[in-house]
Design a protein around this ligand. Structure first.
Ligand code: AP5
Ligand code: MG
Length: 219
């Protein structure tokens, strides 16, 4: 049976960093809704044109558009063993839709690690973040620097700073998270699927705690 992990946490908590490491360690696919939107924007697809301004503002893309994109992604062959979902679901309607989609693949949301980090730390993480152009590998100029400045360690591509990592947009994204996504914490806690992870620890320690929280068949 496939295993599905939903990473919850505010912008800058380390969802993308950890999802990449955990997916590699377990053989699960890494599905980042934000990376998928940014890929569409880069390729100037219809969807990319539709969502570009929304991401720049730090608002959420409408549920129907987001759900349709994730539904297609989950059907890809690399998701056969399951997936680490990074940034989806982000609203109660998306969480409900996800249950329906996973049931079609004979699966369910197995575990929801909730990565917790204080707000001032989130802002300093996002303002120092650098991302690789080719595949979205994530760095921080102080906390997790690349070996060579401005170059991705993994694929050698150029590093850039995201449009939505400007201070006022970061603050907006954190507000949107508290208003629209934070209710999912109690929702998944009530279902007994939530595991709290201290995201203020070093990256390797957060990974260790995350791997322990996964169901046995994924470890
Ligand atoms: P998305 O790309 O998902 O952005 P986000 O949720 O705001 O999260 P981030 O990517 O900013 O943070 P992260 O938790 O991944 O942290 P990271 O690992 O990079 O979404 C972007 C936009 O797309 C949204 O605003 C919305 O418009 C749209 N969207 C996406 N999904 C949607 C959905 N489901 N519905 C509707 N709209 C949607 O780490 C951050 C920094 O910290 C890095 O520099 C990293 O090196 C550093 N770092 C990581 N861990 C540590 C650590 N332990 N110690 C020190 N530094 C660390
Ligand atoms: Mg991310």
């Amino acid at each position: 049976m496939p295993v599905y992990v939903v990473l919850l946490g505010p912008p800058g908590a380390g969802k993308g960093t950890q999802a990449g490491i955990v997916a590699k360690a377990t053989g699960l696919a890494h599905i980042s809704s934000g990376d998928l939107f940014r890929e569409h924007i880069k390729n100037q697809t219809d969807l990319g044109r539709q969502v570009d301004a929304i991401l720049k503002r730090g608002d959420l893309v409408p549920d129907d558009v987001t759900i349709a994109m994730i539904r297609e992604r989950l059907k890809q062959p690399d998701c056969a063993a399951g997936a680490v979902l990074d940034g989806f679901p982000r609203t109660p309607a998306q969480a409900q839709a996800l249950n329906g989609m996973l049931a079609e693949f004979g699966g369910k949301v197995d575990v929801v690690p909730f990565i917790q980090v204080q707000q001032d730390e989130l802002i300093s993480r996002l303002s120092g973040r650098w991302v690789c152009r080719a595949q979205g590998h994530v760095y921080h100029e102080t906390f997790n620097p690349p070996k060579t400045a401005d170059v991705c360690d993994v694929d050698g591509s150029e590093l850039y700073q995201r449009d939505d990592d400007k201070r006022e947009t970061v603050e907006k994204r954190i507000r949107v998270y508290f208003e629209q996504t934070a209710p999912l914490i109690d929702h998944y806690r009530g279902e007994g699927r939530l595991t709290e992870i201290d995201g203020a620890q070093a990256i390797a320690k957060v990974t260790e705690d995350l791997l322990k929280a996964l169901p046995e068949q994924a470890q």
